[in-house]
Design a protein around this ligand. Structure first.
Ligand SMILES: CC(C)(COP(=O)(O)OP(=O)(O)OC[C@H]1O[C@@H](n2cnc3c(N)ncnc32)[C@H](O)[C@@H]1OP(=O)(O)O)[C@@H](O)C(=O)NCCC(=O)NCCS
Length: 420
């Protein structure tokens, strides 16, 4: 067995759950992450001084199938299972040699911003500061990758002077319907992942450090959000599984919509004096529950048809996002009322000098497109929105069965149209 950087390891590392034949430097309970990268496995353990060792192997002559199950956890709550931390043997010289090549550093925001620019993920945002403002504004959605939590660290994993992996680590409130942390109302969230290598070791190191720092803050659960599909693969390789999926769709406000709106519909601004009752009725009918507007940051537009309020949208003044989406009373669906709302929102954003308008949809199902997701996605697509990001949320799951998520490109809106 040889370490990927060429350092020879004398002996096999067999995790505690495994066959138990150890020799050389790999004694004691290790925890394997099979398939960390192609044909590789990683082992982690923590020494008496709190240091965590990991090595990165290419198993040769050691069939992958015999690498014991990665995490055989007693608790589903932890980002990494408790066994990960409970070995009191210090790391061996070989392990230290490997780990010493990767160092974790807390990055200054500017430093991280520079990396983000280099990694190209700022795209249309003119600066990292502008991206930060947008991200903070999107926090109003309280979803897995956009919530009003606090950035606790920007972390970087470096080999020598090169930063191979970096991310934002936030402490966020738990907004998921079911808490998957231990007790507590906060969880950690790794976001804005930058990976400059296809090797999983820097990512594993980053997540390991993130969970150690979170524990120091009394936070047990860790989620990771990523919109780059190559990152999804690596995250699965280090043992995490998707638990959430959402899309960020954008319109160019200068382009007219692909569909013409219902001309009988009147779109009017809403204000507090009108009361929230009409908005409540619309949303209860459209998706079953009500999220009141935040009038300090959202312009609310209401669609009226024959004197009746039939639809609404909240346009965020800071982000240009249609917060919580477009809503039309169910019995009026498919009359281009939603289109009329998107058109009015587009004009509003344009008048405010915004070149883009966006919407976020958190999909309700992972393994298939359910009718609600299909309807919303097909509607946005039909009005000319394009996919900017598909953001997937990952976490550690007790039963880490692989689930295959159908690609967004396989969503058949023509079939959905035929069904109406
Ligand atoms: C999504 C929603 C706003 C659409 O409103 P709407 O007034 O029915 O939409 P429109 O009539 O303007 O539709 C415009 C186009 O979108 C597409 N579309 C709309 N509903 C669709 C559906 N169920 N399946 C496939 N395509 C659909 C069609 O191409 C349609 O064009 P057409 O008139 O030529 O068929 C409405 O269904 C709704 O309120 N859904 C529940 C709330 C919700 O989930 N909102 C999104 C939150 S992110």
């Amino acid at each position: 067995m040889g370490i990927t950087d060429g350092t020879q390891i004398h002996g096999l590392g067999i995790p505690r759950h495994g066959a138990g034949s150890e020799r050389g430097h790999f004694q004691g309970p290790f925890h394997a992450v099979p398939g960390l990268a192609e044909g590789k496995a990683a082992f982690f353990r923590q020494g008496s001084k709190g240091q965590v060792a990991s090595a990165h192997f290419r198993p040769t002559g050691y069939p992958e199938a015999t690498v014991p199950s990665p995490f055989a956890p007693p608790s589903a709550a932890l980002p990494f299972p408790p066994e990960f931390f409970d070995n009191n043997n210090g790391p061996t010289g070989h392990e230290e040699a490997v780990m010493s090549r990767l160092r974790v550093r807390t990055l200054k925001p500017d430093e991280f911003g520079k990396l983000a620019v280099e990694a190209g993920f700022l795209g249309e945002w003119p600066s990292f500061a502008a991206y930060e403002r947008w991200k903070r504004g999107l926090g109003i959605l309280r979803i897995h990758w956009a919530s009003p939590g606090k950035t606790v660290y920007f972390l970087g994993v470096a080999k020598g002077r090169d930063i191979l992996a970096a991310a934002r680590l936030s402490a966020v409130p738990f907004y998921e319907r079911r808490h998957w942390g231990k007790e507590g109302d906060r969880r950690g969230e790794v976001q804005d992942l930058i990976l400059r290598t296809r090797d999983s070791a820097p990512l594993a190191k980053l997540l390991e450090e993130a969970s150690i720092r979170l524990r120091a803050l009394g936070i047990e659960a860790l989620g990771v959000s990523a919109w780059d599909s190559t990152h999804w693969e690596l995250l699965e390789n280090v043992g995490l599984r998707p638990y959430a999926r959402s899309v960020l769709l954008v319109w160019d406000t200068a382009s007219s919509l692909a569909k013409s709106p219902n001309e009988k519909v009147r779109i009017e601004p809403w204000d507090l004096t009108m009361g929230t009752g009409i908005l409540r009725r619309i949303q209860r009918s459209s998706w079953g529950f009500f999220i009141p507007p935040e009038s300090s940051v959202q312009e609310v537009l209401v669609a009226w048809l024959a004197g009746e309020p039939v639809g609404s949208v909240y346009v965020n003044r800071i982000t240009g996002n249609l917060d919580f989406g477009v809503h039309v009373v169910r019995e009026h669906w498919r009359r281009r009322i939603g289109t009329a709302l998107v058109e009015a929102a587009r004009r509003l954003c344009l008048a405010q000098g915004k070149s883009r308008m966006s919407v976020v949809r958190v999909l309700r199902a992972l393994g298939s497109f359910n009718p609600h997701d299909r309807r919303a996605l097909c509607f946005y697509q039909a009005t000319g929105a394009r996919l900017k990001w598909e953001v997937r949320g990952f976490r550690y799951k007790k039963r880490a069965t692989s689930i295959s998520l159908p690609p967004l490109s396989s969503l058949d809106c023509d079939a959905a149209q035929r069904k109406k």
